[in-house]
Design a protein around this ligand. Structure first.
Ligand code: NAD
Length: 299
């Protein structure tokens, strides 16, 4: 026996097909990424975002600012982007240099250009149960769950992780319906007995960033498991020794937060890492850009 895989790649292709048609009708929306200073990790994201946008008929532009820019100057630059009618959406690349308060900048982005769904107005709409622009990773995780065909009504859902970009919006999305909502519980670093909660989950979302946090004995038989975590860990051979590359350095692989091989013997559905939520995150970013274009068109 083994769980069925929730294949994010295939689902993303399907959703993108639908979005492409809408994008063509709306004209090419224009996404701007704001990068402050140098950061190798966000360079990788920028490259991926640009590729995905262009494949979908969106235009993507990177605006770079020096690492020592003041909060006032960056706010002014964002204000200019807000006013520019050619720009559909704005992404603020993280992390920002330590002297800049990310929230203070995020709030400056106009709510109708907030493709990351992090502006308090959009967060507020989510609390109202009327999500307009929600964080793409949380949206992607919900899409992947829905692809299992599960009926959410009343289901015990455990969300592990309570960040603003994943755990909290995920819990709110699960509560969005008046009568058909699931029953989410949010666990986090201060949760006393994580296993007590995960073990009773019909649906388990994990977004922490700790490889191996969720072991098979923490999962209820037949549960649906959505692993959002992304971790780079050393590859090991059959004897448990690190596999080395040609330069003699340990080779690495990407894994989630769930012990995948053991877990898939217990649950009914599981999302792999990579190839699960990841491809849907960028798809939902594009969907949000489209939502922004519609909001701007509607005035
Ligand atoms: P974060 O660091 O902001 O939040 C981590 C959360 O985990 C916190 O809420 C914290 O309380 C909780 N936590 C930490 N240790 C815990 C423990 N021992 N038990 C229970 N909870 C614990 O991280 P984030 O930005 O929300 O990202 C979480 C993970 O999701 C990371 O691995 C990140 O790379 C990944 N991620 C994936 C995608 C994707 O597209 N698949 C997108 C965003 C983030």
């Amino acid at each position: 026996m083994g769980a069925r895989l929730l294949d994010g790649e295939t689902l993303a292709v399907k959703i993108k097909e639908g979005l492409k048609k809408e994008i063509a009708q709306l004209g090419a929306p224009h996404l701007v990424a704001v990068q402050v200073g140098e950061n190798p990790a966000s360079r990788v994201y920028i490259k991926q975002q640009k590729k995905s946008c262009e494949e979908m008929g969106l235009t993507y532009e990177l605006k770079e600012f020096p690492a020592d820019i003041s909060l006032e100057d960056l706010s002014y630059a964002i204000e200019e982007l807000n006013k520019d009618k050619r720009i559909t959406g704005i992404i603020l690349q993280m992390p920002l240099p330590a002297h800049l308060d990310a929230r203070a900048i995020q709030i400056e982005i106009a709510p109708h250009k907030d493709v990351e769904g992090l502006h308090p107005v959009n967060m507020g709409m989510l609390v109202y149960g009327n999500p307009r622009l929600a964080p793409p990773t949380a949206l992607g995780a919900i899409e992947l769950l829905k692809s299992s065909g599960v009926n959410l009504k009343g289901k015990e859902v455990i969300v592990v992780g309570h960040s603003e970009i994943v755990g909290k919006p995920l819990a709110l999305l699960l509560l969005a319906s008046q009568l058909e909502s699931a029953t989410p519980t949010v666990c986090h670093i201060a949760t006393r007995d994580l296993k007590f909660h995960t073990k009773r989950a019909d649906i388990l979302f994990v977004a922490v960033g700790k490889a191996g946090l969720i072991k098979a004995d923490m999962i209820k038989e037949g549960a649906i498991v959505i692993d959002i975590g992304i971790n780079r860990v050393p590859m090991l051979d059959e004897k448990g020794k690190p596999v080395l590359n040609e330069k003699g350095k340990p080779k690495k692989k990407t894994v989630g937060d769930v012990e995948f091989e053991a877990a898939k013997e217990i649950c009914s559905y599981i999302s792999p890492v990579p190839g699960g939520v990841g491809p849907l995150t960028v798809t939902m970013l594009i969907k949000n850009t489209l939502e922004c274009a519609k909001l701007q068109k509607a005035g």
